[in-house]
Design a protein around this ligand. Structure first.
Ligand SMILES: [Zn+2]
Ligand SMILES: [Zn+2]
Ligand SMILES: [Zn+2]
Length: 316
């Protein structure tokens, strides 16, 4: 009798473990028909970075750490069978394949939203050109300066001339309706605007919404409050290029970004619910947050903040 009781108990434990493991494998699966898929997490130059002979990048060549693709988000709408990408990075070819895993279609992409004209955010457009797939009228959403820059400068001008891409002009704070269930709104942010303006995006699905701000100068230089903005959405993928001051061997004022330490400090009095909306992205090769595991990453996660990871799914 006792033995029977014990085996029943054991069976229950096995069942619970099985259910839990199913949940764990499913946690990276969408439960909504509209969702975000993280396609890359590195700063423009990628990881490892060219000419870096420091431990951060040597680790990758030694096989002790994995390569990371440049920061990008995919948005998939399974109902309409449409997929969009936020920024065309130098890793666009691999990232379009990551989208194909979710939605295989004849069309490579249904729309590309560009944030700005820095190398990690638009140069992947070259993969659409005559020397490559010679695509047909792929919609590319860009702000006015960004649009004119592409039209007026080779090799991008050839993409326009050959109708590989079709430029769609965006207006700051003006919403693009992609479907009844998917809306995108660009908004201007302060950044080094040599060739174009810089925008972040608000992406709104049927249930949830997200902010994507991969590049911005210090938070206090923005006319808006990131703490206030975050309260209007469910997720915020935020510029986390550097972890802290002194991280690189050049004056950091030349490349201003909010340090992870500063963003964490800005949110220190906010609730756990607000903190977990912050998902850090766009890591420089020197930033320990780019590594698969690091104690500094753990310490930030223990405070409630999150780090973007390739392949992660966020329901919209
Ligand atoms: Zn960037
Ligand atoms: Zn490095
Ligand atoms: Zn930039």
């Amino acid at each position: 009798m006792k033995l029977k009781h014990l085996s029943l108990h054991l069976l229950m434990v096995v069942c619970l473990v099985f259910i839990q493991s199913c949940k764990n494998t499913r946690s990276n699966q969408p439960t909504s028909s509209v969702y975000i898929k993280v396609l890359g997490i590195a700063q423009d130059a990628g990881y490892p970075q060219i000419n870096c002979r420091e431990a951060c990048c040597i680790k990758v060549y030694q096989g002790k750490e994995t390569k990371k693709l440049v920061s990008s988000l995919g948005v998939i709408n399974l109902e309409d069978r449409k997929k969009y990408i936020f920024d065309a990075t130098p890793d666009f070819n691999l990232q379009s394949q990551l989208l194909n895993e979710d939605l295989e279609d004849i069309k490579i992409i249904d729309g590309i939203f560009l944030t700005h004209a820095h190398m990690g955010h638009y140069t992947g457009l070259m993969q659409l050109g005559f020397e490559s797939m010679n695509s047909d009228k792929i919609p590319v959403y860009a702000m006015p300066r960004m649009k004119n820059y592409l039209k007026a400068n080779g090799p991008w001008s050839q993409l326009v001339k050959f109708n590989n891409i079709e430029l769609q002009e965006l207006k700051s704070d003006s919403t693009v309706l992609l479907s009844k269930k998917l809306k995108v709104t660009p908004f201007l942010v302060p950044h080094r605007d040599e060739f174009s303006e810089t925008v972040g995006y608000k992406i709104e699905g049927p249930q949830k919404s997200a902010l994507f701000i991969p590049d911005i100068n210090k938070w206090q230089l923005w006319s808006k409050s990131i703490v206030g903005k975050i309260k209007t959405v469910d997720y915020a993928f935020l510029d986390a290029t550097f972890f802290k001051s002194g991280e690189i061997n050049r004056p950091m004022a030349e490349v201003p970004h909010p340090f992870i330490e500063e963003t964490v400090d800005l949110f220190k009095n906010e609730t756990a619910e607000t903190k977990q909306k912050v998902i850090f992205i766009h890591f420089n090769h020197t930033n320990p947050a780019i590594l698969n595991q690091h104690f500094l990453k753990d310490s930030i996660q223990n405070l409630g903040f999150r780090f973007a990871k390739n392949g992660q799914i966020y329901d919209l």
